[in-house]
Design a protein around this ligand. Sequence first.
Ligand code: SF4
Length: 443
Amino acid sequence: MSERGVFIETFGCQMNLADTEVVLARLAEQGWRTVPTSAEADLVLFNTCAVRDHAEHKVRSRLGVLREEKKARPGMKIGIMGCMAQREKEALVRQFPHVDLVVGTDQFVRMPQLVAELDRQEHVVATDFGDFEAESWSALRTEGVNAWVPVMRGCNYNCTYCVVPMTRGREKSRPPQQVEDEVRRLVDEGFVQVTLLGQTVDSYGKTLGDGTTLASLLRRLHAIPGLRRIRFVTSHPKDITDELLETMRDHPKVARHLHVPAQSGSDRILRLMSRRYTRDEYLRFVERARTFMPDVELLSDFIVGFPRESDEDFAATVSLMDEVRFHGSYTFMYSERPRTPSANLPDDIPDAVKKARCNHLLDLQLTHQEAYHTAMHGRTVQVLVEGPSKSDPEMLHGRSEGNLNVVLPRRGADGAVREDLVGRIVPVRIERSTSLTLFGSQT
Ligand code: SF4
């Protein structure tokens, strides 16, 4: 077997990080080792994101730099995988002739074979949908507390601003036995938490046609000894069933945390986005979730500056945030993506207005978080300790059941460093907070 080096840079979401782990596993089986820089690599891969313009720009600029590197080392191969590869296909090779390999979102598990084809042909472009090999999802992971586990791919919604249906195709779910086997292996390797991934993870199982649901998968995984916590992202409000909420409530290993993007609080904009729910329906989902689990932590995404978003539409988003008081949210400024339905609408909100609306939501979110965190002073939360804090090596960092950031002392009362806490769930009494972090001590 060859002993060649691969360098891979990953852009975008957790799903892309998980795909990178799968590619590294497939290449490692063929003798490839991961190297830390492109300068040491025989193969340089970019795992790309097409959701926002900004991420594509970064890849284009990296490719510009590599053009020179390849002149000096013509044997080096360059590949683009992920959403940008799926969307642009051969056009990428035309635009960047020094790119050797373009690999789509259903083809990357075949990376070793595709690289081998480069011995016979100058460029390889593999972007077909449909022959994704479900057996090859096992991944090469670095050590840690949490492992990302993709349970489905693609999306059957067609939100008008989104490239995912184009770049990742129709929804398909992994069989539950395969997911369970992988999670059991992960627990044997020392992982204590898994995060199940899907574009609309709460619709997991629909395409299997045998009654499997995300709730039934969670119950199955809950029974695995040694697994301490299970998370799942991202959910669509229409697919959150009572069965799922009940399962979360009744199974303590399932984190009481739901990431369910609202995107807007205006019915007019939700219609233009084709989100398939109204503001009222979203609020009813929040009410249902809080009826089952009064302490559930809710996270949302918002897009500001969508075409035709008026001041009244934006005010409706602000009022939705005020009404729900999310525990966290991400706000993005609308950026037009070619060939999506919303690209037919004029991108008519000036950048300065988009920025002002974005800052408004960010400030509002921090205000809500600060109040929520202050109300937690004196309470005890169950924290999964992940490792040393990045900003202070004397402290440990972990996550509450709901996914809040919690920091606690690394040394016990006797002054000894408590490395044994990493990977354990410990009760932490909250003593103080900022809008982003809770600080406390183990009780
Ligand atoms: S549900 Fe999510 S992934 Fe699917 S089209 Fe809408 S925004 Fe994109």
